[in-house]
Design a protein around this ligand. Structure first.
Ligand code: GDP
Length: 422
């Protein structure tokens, strides 16, 4: 069984929790794209963790955690995260693709300097160096893990630094990089990951042959996908389940289930259009009630924009993911509402549409709001669907119908056990 767990929205949907819950049946958990630019918050017996680089399978014994080819590998961050989770008593197996791209110290600097230069025209980068890394990857000036051990590394790095120093000096007016220092950093990186690296794609193909249970864990959500998201307010890799096969190096048809995760309301961190954005008191209340789920992004600590459930955006996201199931998270947060607003369409220049349009039209769109009856009860921790108040059940059914995909998992709180499997 090979399942992908991916985001249907802007990220922060609660994928980490869903993977952590489902991972008890997994033999392998794989991250196939992205890097330390997004975080999964997980609360379990070991404590509370915001994982950025490590897969969410690390908390279950006997699982092999994989950082696959499509990942952006920040070795400094990985080291810090490994030290943190190990200090909490967590032990795990980790393998890293020999073809993953290494995040270089200058990628972060390029990200920071470029956002500084753009000033108010910023893209809302997390300044983790992800866009420069993927730019280099596609320009074929990136460094794959195997290159850390190659004789070709030094001349390649020398060339790259010559070019970067011209940019640093002339475009950003910043100090130039020292080649020897970069080279020493890379030697350190190579030493640190050496025992973990292998051909992870071959490992996964073998695991498939042995009929192992594999979870492919997406980062961010469909609306931040480089090809289909709210460009240019997107991430620099593909966040879609379709890419999971590519990033992991397995056959596309081997993925049998795709669980798209969506929150019972909307939240987004970073720049870009957000049609259902609430403001003032209404937003503050939802943000506060959301607690961790609503307040701040796990990577940047930036306050999230919040709004009601957006059926137009979520249906688009779920379809792009090719979702076979939906996991609906944070429904407990809506407990305080007498009536729960949901967005069923976008009004643009007097016309109502139900399909998700391109970015400039999103800026013009006004949400068409429908109000559903609230359930006004604390449902935190309920584990059976028929124990939910009728109006909460109706809300789940509304979401299911609006997206057109069965809601098979309902999360009723941030903890591992606060979950309904339908
Ligand atoms: P991810 O990147 O998709 O894993 O999401 P994040 O970890 O960035 O954000 C999701 C937040 O929602 C985290 O703080 C989770 O602890 C929290 N969360 C997940 N599921 C639930 C839920 O069912 N109820 C509540 N109240 N919070 C949840």
């Amino acid at each position: 069984m090979i399942k992908a767990v991916v985001g249907a929205n802007w990220g922060d949907e609660g994928k980490g929790k869903i993977v952590d819950v489902c991972a008890k049946d997994a033999h392998v958990v794989v991250r196939f794209q992205g890097g330390s630019n997004a975080g999964h918050t997980i609360i379990n017996d070991y404590g509370k963790f915001a994982l950025h680089q490590l897969p969410s399978g690390i908390f279950h014994e006997g699982i092999t955690n994989v950082l696959a080819n499509g990942v952006a590998l920040n070795v400094d961050y990985l080291k810090k995260e490994i030290e943190e989770v190990k200090a909490s008593g967590v032990n795990f197996n980790l393998i890293i693709s020999d073809r993953a791209h290494v995040l270089m110290p200058y990628h972060i600097l390029l990200d920071v300097y470029e956002e500084e230069r753009l000033a108010e025209r910023q893209f809302g980068s997390t300044k983790s160096g992800i866009a420069p890394l993927y730019s280099d990857k596609h320009a074929k000036t990136g460094i794959q893990v195997w290159e850390l051990y190659s004789d070709m590394l030094k001349p390649k790095i020398n060339d790259i630094i010559d070019k970067i120093n011209i940019i640093f000096k002339n475009l950003y007016n910043k100090p130039e990089l020292d080649k020897a220092e970069i080279y020493e950093t890379l030697r350190r990186y190579g030493e640190y990951v050496e025992k973990n690296i292998c051909d992870t794609s071959a490992f996964l193909r073998n695991a498939i042959k042995e009929e192992k249970n594999i979870f492919l864990e997406g980062q961010l959500g469909a609306l931040r996908d480089i090809d289909h998201g709210i460009y240019p307010y997107v991430t620099s890799s593909s966040t879609l389940a379709g890419y999971a096969a590519v990033g992991a190096g397995i056959a596309p048809y081997s993925i049998t289930e795709i669980i798209a995760v969506t929150k019972a309301y909307s939240s987004a961190v970073g720049e870009g259009p957000f049609v259902v954005k609430m403001s003032g008191e209404e937003a503050n209340t939802l943000r506060m009630k959301g607690g961790d789920a609503g307040e701040f992004g796990a990577t940047t600590g930036r306050p999230r924009d919040v709004g009601c459930f957006d059926a137009v955006a979520t249906r688009y996201g779920a379809k792009l993911q090719g979702a076979t199931q939906i996991a609906l998270t944070a429904i407990d947060v809506l407990e305080y509402m007498d009536e729960i607003p949901v967005c069923t369409g976008y009004e643009i220049d007097g016309e109502v549409i139900e399909d998700f349009p391109v970015t400039d039209k999103l800026y013009k769109a006004k949400p068409v709001i429908k109000k559903l009856p609230g359930f006004r009860e604390n449902i935190r921790g309920i584990t059976e669907f028929n124990k939910l108040p009728k109006n909460a059940q109706n809300y789940v059914n509304f979401v299911e119908e609006a997206i057109g995909v069965p809601v098979s998992i309902v999360s009723t709180g941030p903890k591992r056990e606060e979950i309904i499997m339908r």
